[in-house]
Design a protein around this ligand. Sequence first.
Ligand code: 2NL
Length: 343
Amino acid sequence: MEQLLQQVEAYRKEIAEFSVDKDAAETFRIKYLGTKGLVKNLMAEMKNVPNEKKREFGQILNEFKTFAENKYEEIKQMTVNGRQSTVDNTIDLTLPGDALPLGSRHPISIVKNKIVSIFQRLGFTVAEGSEIEDDWHNFTALNLPEDHPARDMQDTFYISQTPDWMLRTHTSNVQVREMEKGKLPIRIICPGRVYRNETISARAHCFFHQVEGLYIAENVSFADLKQTLYFFVQEMFGQDVKIRFRPSYFPFTEPSAEMDISCLICGGEGCNICKHTGWVEILGCGMVHPNVLENCKIDSNKYSGFAFGMGIERIAMLKYQIKDLRLFSENDLRFLKQFTGVV
Ligand code: 2NL
């Protein structure tokens, strides 16, 4: 009995130190767990154990068996596909690596790229700028009077140490800086992220993405604005889509308008998406206010221009029937994976 116990201890030690090479699992199985293995042999010794010790010894043997079986599983794990992992340096470094799964473009990028490429075909070039801006380029140059509600702390994230600076509330700041350079004519498209201090919901977020456009030259008219935006809509949503303009107000344009397109879902018949009007709003636009031109040292008697701005999220929601704005910034792969393959 004493001798048997010593043997079990010795095997335990042996097993614990078992050296793992590429055939280790099978060698181990045959030696310890096979039909002629050590565990079986020990079990066979049970018949020689005195009756009153059978219970105690049986328990020790069972524990030993479990120990050996666990070790066997461990060795198998370490030598997956007969390939040994970390224990020695027999790893085959020439094996091909695991392929990384291919990602997909974010829907905001897909829509932004599409918008930009349509305007590029009309001769617009992309201009980008800083997301942190001073009061002049974000507000004052754009004809927003001191007391305009858009300047309210409610809507704008100011930088507390330098209250003249803020996170831009639109990408118009880029256009102001472009106008200030004094090189005319100007035909630019300005995509980018903008910030507003809103309560986050399915319809509002503290940041979103915008594309603004600006065209300044001699004799630019509202007719040019309409034709440009009509071309954009047909390329973006299809040849049969209709547009309409409604009068509106922006401090930086005069006159100002909001542009609707005929509902993509019902084609104008009336449905939930268009709230049974047959039309959905997609952008704001207008003729650049003479004050804005003069603020940027452009002669408003010689030059005129049009400008427009649209929210990329809004366009993407319409195009892909996305119901909640928050999906764009939550990085949920179940959402993002649905755009795999779209460029
Ligand atoms: C909207 C409306 C608009 C503009 C943006 C603009 C820029 C300059 C001068 C004049 Cl530098 N206007 N931009 C004009 C009209 C509307 O955006 O609803 N955006 C999401």
